[in-house]
Ligand binder design. Structure first.
Ligand SMILES: [Zn+2]
Length: 130
């Protein structure tokens, strides 16, 4: 048995382990990506309380009762805050979101917009806006 064969064997084993780990990582990433599906609705909340659900199927620019001076825009299944009179405008800068669990937050107004899918429990609302 040659002395040099052992380190090569170890290196090969390391390579296989690395390859398996890399494959597992890729599978995890693909799985996460698959879970990152497009949402059907946006849940709009103030101070943690859901005010309404907006359907993302219909392009629209709308205002929500109870949220002053904020305009929402729905386009191509995505939603954004088109305009807001808050100080930092972080919510406007967030732009359009469309993936489930993506969110827009407006801290000054305690406003959150979270994307939900049809499979989520979207609560009992009288009607769906949009
Ligand atoms: Zn804001």
């Amino acid at each position: 048995m040659k002395k040099s064969s052992l380190p090569i064997l170890v290196r090969k084993t390391d390579f296989i382990i690395f390859g398996v780990l890399a494959a597992v990582a890729v599978i995890c990433l693909v799985f996460l990506k698959m879970q990152n599906t497009k949402g059907d609705f946006a849940e709009i909340s103030i101070d943690g309380k859901a005010l309404t659900i907006v359907d993302l199927k219909n392009d629209d620019v709308l205002r929500i009762d109870g949220i002053e001076n904020v305009e929402f825009e729905i386009k191509n299944g995505k939603i954004s805050i088109k305009s807001s009179d808050c100080a930092d405008k972080v919510c406007e800068k967030t732009g359009f979101i469309s993936d489930v669990n993506e969110s827009i937050v407006c801290l000054p107004k305690k406003l959150t917009v979270v994307i939900k899918s049809e499979n989520d429990d979207i609560g009992n609302f009288d009607g769906i806006v949009g």
